[in-house]
Design a protein around this ligand. Structure first.
Ligand code: UDP
Ligand code: MG
Length: 319
């Protein structure tokens, strides 16, 4: 039986890039021997993205589209697409052609050779220097904090077998850091190197704030180390305070000797102000860390759906 490949594409304000995407992807899938379905998820775009997607779906039944009721974010949009995919494997690719559609064929080859998850590793990125630097730092920090091995420089560009997709779809969590969940699922993984191009057209939709949020989701949904860090910092600060206390006491008791080496005790208020500010800072940081976890628990407890669909094209009835 012919295998079917589903391609999930999240789209947020991508009207400029969509014509290029249709052209390049159609040219690419024409060369494949598998059946293909392409699911574009309109993540509450404010431009003409949805109209353009609708037109494409009307002219080609292999193209399907889901319209979310508002901007839910990249990861929820991809999750919505994955939930509607019907293929034997699902490939996730950005709309802006930064991930070359031509690479998907090597993903499929690895999948057919037995890999359950094939993910793209960026050999070279054509992004801004600051974004590249932050991404570099992030992947090294997360590698030290989380217990599952999230490979550095891998993004959401990947292909997953149906059994992995089923596990991912069944995970109930709302803060979805997909490239982490993908690793958490287990199964056989295989990396494929590719060069990440510059955006084909339009503006990046991931602002620095959104990228930072994603990075925090990655860390806080997969690691309890920051919590342990809070208590470690507490211990070290207490140890430091004890040393400071002993030193001040000695300074008062052996004043002549300390004066002779130039460490005359100063007026007390400076020490008090510094230690209050220092301790206040440490406490606020620890509270912030607790807050990050608390906020996430709050999100999970509310049990709200991760996305809401307002319309679909070529997908059958609304779900
Ligand atoms: N995207 C989305 N919702 C958002 C932000 C982005 O669906 O709130 C999509 C966007 O249309 C693109 C992909 O996610 O297909 C990656 O976005 P972008 O190219 O802006 O991110 P970058 O490549 O800079 O990480
Ligand atoms: Mg991009």
């Amino acid at each position: 039986m012919r295998k079917k490949v589903s391609i999930v594409i999240p789209c947020y304000n991508e009207q400029e890039v969509l014509p290029y995407l249709f052209e390049r992807l159609n040219a690419e899938i024409a060369r494949w021997e598998q059946d293909v379905e392409i699911i574009c998820v309109n993540d509450g775009s404010r431009d003409r993205t949805w109209e353009i997607l609708q037109k494409q779906c009307n002219s080609d039944l292999r193209w399907k589209a889901i319209c979310l009721s508002r901007n839910f974010g990249h990861q929820p949009a991809v999750s919505a697409g994955m939930a509607h995919a019907t293929g034997n494997c699902v490939c996730i690719i950005d709309a802006d052609l930064q991930d070359p559609p031509e690479t998907i064929q090597s993903f499929i080859r690895e999948w057919e050779a037995g890999a359950d998850v094939v993910y793209g590793v960026r050999k070279k990125r054509k992004d801004t220097k600051i974004k590249m630097f932050l991404a570099w730092c992030f992947y090294r920090v997360i590698a030290r904090l989380v217990s599952i091995p999230i490979p550095p420089d891998s993004g959401d560009f990947c292909l997953m077998d149906r059994k992995v997709v089923d596990v991912m779809n069944s995970l109930p969590e709302r803060n979805r850091y997909l490239r982490g969940l993908r690793v958490w699922c287990g199964f056989k993984h295989k990396a494929v190197e590719f060069e990440r191009d510059a955006r084909a057209a339009g503006e990046p939709q991931y602002t620095l704030r959104k990228s930072l949020r994603l990075a925090m989701d990655g860390i806080f949904s997969f690691s309890a180390v920051p919590l342990a860090l809070a208590s470690h910092v507490g211990l070290w600060v207490s140890a430091l305070a004890l040393l400071g206390m002993l030193f001040t006491l000695a300074q008062r008791l052996f004043r002549p000797w300390f004066s002779s080496i130039g460490l005359e005790p100063g007026p007390g208020f400076a020490t008090i102000v510094i230690s209050i500010l220092f301790l206040g800072g440490v406490q606020l940081i620890c509270l912030g860390i607790l807050g990050e976890y608390l906020g996430r628990i709050y999100d999970e407890v509310k049990q709200r759906p991760v996305w809401v669909i307002s319309a679909t094209e070529n997908c059958g009835p609304l779900t």
